[in-house]
Design a protein around this ligand. Sequence first.
Ligand SMILES: [Zn+2]
Ligand SMILES: [Zn+2]
Length: 97
Amino acid sequence: MPNCPRCQKPVYFAERVTSIGYDWHRPCLRCENEACKKTLAAGSHSEREGKPYCNRCYGAMFGPRGYGHGGVESHTFHQGQTTGQVILFESLECESI
Ligand SMILES: [Zn+2]
Ligand SMILES: [Zn+2]
């Protein structure tokens, strides 16, 4: 009998939902974000370090393309702030390449 990763209690077949490699109680499979806690549907949510997140929180917390695209994200950030600096920033980077 597998134990639910959230409440550590046994998961019976009737209430079991399998996602991201774990067996959960249906109400226990919910977004890890304390401010959200949305109940998730198995297979249609995001995951990070074995913890389930809804796609919206995952995108907000870790970026829509996941982790490890720092260069792209910093460009996006600057574009959202001051346009003048972005042009300078990007042209400088192009010259160095
Ligand atoms: Zn549980
Ligand atoms: Zn969420």
